[in-house]
Design a protein around this ligand. Structure first.
Ligand code: F6P
Length: 520
């Protein structure tokens, strides 16, 4: 890379290896690719059937083979008259109906027409959910927090079954003015149901009568029966469908917390931005297709260089939760080692995805990215205009973002150090940066809901394309099941109501915990 950038036609490289789509600018010139590599990667995408599988996804085919379902999250952000069908039936009327109900409800809560049981307006909304029923809306609400100031209720997210999270949230709430969204695709998830029950007990203990709870609870789910059984009026349930994967669901009623936080118009803009990226993904030729290009660069490093991890570095505090969202999106989707046909995958699949907001990461783990023994491809993401800032701050932030990518690529040689006056030959090797380390830089003008929608959809499609190339099902998640099953009898044992056989290590851990729990 250092040589390529030293050439006279380096500007041409940037021109050729950059793209614009849906309000996003991608510079992928700082990658270890020649024009030949790039052409071969595109050929690989073509031969892997990316175009056909993409079209099958948009056509509502059951591409989630192990669950025999479509994966049609793209329909959630489509226009009401779009042609999306599942099993021959249009899904648009139902999507549109739920969208209208979300609009009506969010406007009534925000406008004060929906009140708590004592007639007071809602000041706080708690979204109880986990995984896809938490990470997406939590990340978007954080990213767009600047739009919610003074216009909407405060939004809280509770996901963990560790009671600390709910307990610490509750101390800040007034039950008369609190609305709870129980957000769960299945409405059976252990963490969510435990938190939902504790939340209901809290209302009952704090002066809200059982027959008034309906003013304080709504549900987002695909499981009407379980919602009704929990005691939530189905009239207060916002539906979605089993052909939406949890980690692809923030565009559905799972985004209700977003509409409540920033208003329905902003939520609608988010959908619009995602739709713009969908259109680009569906129509752009592979070599000019941003999700495809990014996916194939990821494949290049994962499979041809064997790089085991990749780093997401948003230079934006507003986007600080984007890496956590991406972890579920990529690793739950592509953390598989069995191909679609049930045979073992013979290539490496999802890398470990990690990262935090810049510049903080620079003062923590960037040492390893610059000089460590593993090479870590980095995605830098930065809004050029900050949602809010203070004089002088944003130029410093952007300068650091660009400087990191430059330093990774350029490095610093021993000769440069000597030429700059470095005479301590013992210390010199420690100060050399080999460079030639890859990164993408994604820029957007402002962090609007529209561009945020496009950014999320970009990574959704990038994840999907990689799954196609690896020939795996990106839409199931059987790997989360076993631990859930094994936790049930262990919980009973910890409560002293059962005894089961375990390996020696697990048995010793349970015994140790029981001794402490028995003390009360
Ligand atoms: O345990 C993993 C998982 O099934 C995720 O795929 C999902 O997003 C999360 O749990 C929450 O599931 P639910 O929305 O059904 O509560």
């Amino acid at each position: 890379m250092q040589d390529w950038f030293a050439e006279a036609e380096a500007a041409r490289r940037v021109e050729d290896f950059s793209l614009e789509a849906a309000g996003l600018y991608l510079d992928y010139s700082k990658n270890r690719i020649t024009f030949e590599t790039f052409a071969l990667l595109m050929k690989l995408a073509e031969e892997a059937g990316v175009t056909q599988r993409r079209d099958a996804m948009f056509a509502g085919e059951h591409i989630n083979t192990t669950e025999d379902r479509a994966a049609l999250h793209v329909a959630l952000r489509a226009l009401p008259d779009a042609p999306f069908k599942v099993d021959g039936v249009s899904v648009m009327p139902a999507i549109h109906d739920v969208r209208c109900r979300m609009q009506d409800f969010s406007e009534r809560v925000r406008g004060g027409a929906w009140t708590g049981s004592t007639g007071q307006t809602i000041t706080d909304v708690v979204n109880i959910g986990i995984g896809g029923s938490d990470l997406g809306p939590r990340m978007v609400c954080r990213a767009l927090a600047h739009l919610g100031d003074q216009t909407g209720p405060r939004i809280h997210f509770v996901s963990n079954v560790d009671g600390t999270e709910l307990a610490e949230t509750l101390v800040r709430l007034n039950p008369a003015r609190t609305l709870v969204i129980i957000c769960s695709k299945t409405f059976t998830t252990l963490e969510t149901m435990a938190n939902a029950r504790s939340m209901r007990d809290w209302f009952l203990r704090n002066g809200v009568a059982e027959n008034q709870l309906a003013r304080h609870f709504v549900a987002v789910s695909t499981n009407r029966e379980a919602v009704t059984e929990f005691g939530i009026d189905p009239a207060n349930m916002f539906e979605f469908w089993d052909w939406i994967g949890g980690r692809f669901s923030l565009w559905s009623s799972v985004g209700l917390s977003i509409a409540l936080a920033v208003g329905f118009d902003a939520f609608d803009d988010l959908l619009l931005g995602a739709r713009a990226m969908d259109d680009h993904f569906r129509t752009a030729p592979l070599a000019r297709n941003m999700p495809v290009v990014m996916a194939m660069l990821g494949i290049w490093y994962r499979n041809f260089f064997g790089m085991p991890t990749s780093c997401m570095a948003p230079y934006s505090t507003s986007l600080e939760l984007f890496p956590a969202f991406l972890q579920q999106l990529e690793m739950e989707s592509n953390g598989k080692s069995v191909q679609l046909d049930g045979q073992p995958a013979h290539v490496q699949t999802s890398p470990v995805v990690w990262g935090t907001a810049g510049t903080n990461g620079q003062h923590a783990y960037f040492q390893m990215i610059h000089q460590g023994s593993q090479i870590v491809p980095v995605d830098f993401v930065a809004p050029l205009v900050p949602p809010r800032s203070l004089p002088g701050h944003h130029a410093k932030l952007l300068a650091n973002c660009f400087a990191q990518a430059e330093a990774l690529m350029r490095g610093r040689s021993a000769e440069e150090l000597r030429a700059a006056g470095m005479t301590d030959e013992d210390r010199l090797p420690h100060m050399v940066f080999e460079g030639n380390r890859p990164s993408n830089t994604l820029l957007m003008e402002d962090l609007t809901p529209h561009v945020l929608g496009a950014l999320i959809a970009l990574y959704e499609h990038r994840t999907f394309v990689q799954g196609v190339v690896w020939n795996i099902n990106s839409f199931d998640q059987w790997g989360v099941e076993l631990g859930k099953i094994l936790a049930r009898p262990i919980e009973a044992e910890l409560n002293g109501s059962a005894h089961a056989t375990h390996d020696a290590s697990t048995a010793a851990l349970i015994a140790r915990a029981r001794r402490v729990l028995a003390r009360g």
